[in-house]
Design a protein around this ligand. Structure first.
Ligand code: NAI
Length: 212
């Protein structure tokens, strides 16, 4: 299906649709109306219809949405109908926690390697994956078709390591280091800052208290 340019706001909401639809699918539910989705997801039914209309409208009047079809279409739009091979750079607290989190694999993100520059960590296994020295990356990335790198290293190290990774052919960086990376066109960066979400929570708590 041909897609028109979709706004980042809609793209940002798709993983949530995907997650809920996945749950409905797992429960064996075959179809769902925008109203039912709205009740589960706490988003208005009109927002749901508007969002899903971006893709040519999967719904049918009086029938609702076919759960499996919609789940697969959204997965395809998000590019997770295919597998992504990733590596984690930085085998510290966060890198290890991510490596141990199996659920990414269910979504098609396969952790193939973990790298660090601390020789004490070389050879240590995290969920069966050995930590390797940074020098091995140059060969490892093309040989294993790695397209995503997860950066869980200190912010002062991130720019240099990102540059290196891009030279080896990485196409996407999931960046946890608190620094904005400059990357060439064709390379995508997704920054994750857990503290942003915490600050949003704090804001909403204060707003609620001030409103009372
Ligand atoms: P950590 O100190 O436990 O682990 C960092 C690891 O990176 C260590 O194993 C270290 O040897 C390795 N490392 C350092 N320089 C390197 C280099 N040039 N090449 C390869 N490996 C290198 O730290 P932690 O707690 O795991 O945090 C990692 C990073 O993630 C920090 O920058 C931290 O600020 C950030 N962070 C970000 C969060 C977010 O929400 N974005 C949440 C938690 C941490």
């Amino acid at each position: 299906m041909e897609e028109k340019e979709i706004s980042q706001a809609v793209i940002g909401r798709l993983p949530r649709y995907f997650r809920y639809l996945g749950e409905l699918k797992d429960e064996g539910i075959e179809r769902v109306s925008s109203q039912e989705l709205s009740d589960i997801m706490q988003v208005t039914a009109s927002q749901i219809r508007q969002d899903l209309n971006n893709f040519g409208g999967f719904g049918q009047q009086g029938y609702g949405y076919n759960v499996e079809f919609l789940y697969e279409e959204i997965g395809r739009i998000l590019g997770i109908d295919r597998k992504h091979n990733l590596i984690i750079i930085g085998a510290g607290n966060l890198g290890q926690a991510l490596a141990n989190y199996m659920n990414f694999e269910r979504r098609g993100f396969l952790c193939k390697g973990i790298f660090d520059n601390n020789p004490k960590l070389y050879g240590r296994k995290i969920r069966g994956i050995e930590v390797q020295p940074m020098e091995s990356m140059e060969r490892f990335v093309p040989e294993n078709n790695i397209d995503i790198a997860v950066l869980t290293i200190p912010k002062g190290e991130a720019a240099g390591v990102a540059e290196e990774l891009i030279r080896y052919g990485i196409k996407g960086i999931w960046n946890f280091a608190h620094v904005d990376l400059k990357v060439p066109e064709g390379v995508q960066v997704e920054n994750v800052h857990l503290s942003d979400s915490l600050m949003k929570l704090s804001y909403n708590i204060s707003r609620f208290q001030n409103d009372k």
